[in-house]
Design a binder for this molecule. Structure first.
Ligand SMILES: Cc1cc2nc3c(=O)[nH]c(=O)nc-3n(C[C@H](O)[C@H](O)[C@H](O)COP(=O)(O)O)c2cc1C
Length: 197
């Protein structure tokens, strides 16, 4: 088939979603992201493509810092909720979905408790590219759980493999125990990005 441009990003699924978080002036927000990449080792840089209307994106640009967290599969329902709650509507979006957090070791960014890895990033640049903003972050600190030592030990870390939004967050292989996965198959399609993907 010819793939419509609005569906091109789905050709890369399944993808491991990360959670981008930011805090500023007493507000905390976070969003799942799949459009991210490590783009330089020296200096260590990563890029995240964000919907500029999202509250988390605005907070990260205002704070000039953000964190990126790699979450275990056991946190999937909280990650799903992060795509449903609007950061603009709550004071602390992470807490509102049941994710406790502290502050970064070198930057004032949220660090999610129970994350398998957290990167603390200083915003280096942000520029509009098409309908998204490309945030480039300089990694000032990176921490990982004991499941990582040079490589992930997948017997200790089970990643979320995002397969698209179909009435809820779906994964590959499909997680038959989750109502969202079943709803999704009936619905056939979900809302398009940037709300979910
Ligand atoms: C698994 C997953 C991955 C997503 N990836 C992105 C992404 O890379 N960029 C983006 O702008 N939105 C992405 N979204 C949508 C945002 O997470 C969603 O719009 C979020 O609710 C924005 O919240 P905010 O307005 O509180 O910041 C993704 C959603 C899901 C469920």
């Amino acid at each position: 088939m010819d793939v419509p441009s609005a569906l091109v990003h789905r050709l890369f699924y399944p993808q491991v979603p990360a959670v981008m978080s930011a805090q500023r002036r007493g507000r905390v927000s976070a969003m799942p992201v799949v459009s991210y990449a490590s783009i330089s080792d020296s200096p260590p840089l990563l890029a995240v493509s964000c919907n500029p209307d999202g509250f988390t994106c605005k907070l990260a640009v205002g704070a000039k810092a953000f964190s990126l967290s790699v979450m275990p599969r056991s946190s999937m329902s909280s990650v799903e909720r992060l795509a449903q709650v609007r950061g603009a509507d709550v004071k602390d979006k992470l807490e509102s979905v049941g994710l406790a957090h502290g502050s970064g070791t070198v930057l004032p960014v949220p660090v999610i408790e129970g994350a398998e890895a957290v990167l603390e990033c200083q915003l280096r640049s942000n520029r509009q590219e098409g309908d998204h903003v490309l945030l480039v972050g300089l990694v000032k600190a990176a921490h990982a759980s004991d499941a990582f030592s040079e490589f992930w030990d997948f017997s200790r870390y089970s990643p979320i493999l995002y397969a698209g939004w179909r009435g809820g967050l779906t994964t590959y292989p499909p997680d038959k125990l989750r109502p969202g996965a079943l709803r999704g198959r009936r619905a056939g399609r979900g809302r398009s990005r940037p709300s979910t993907g």
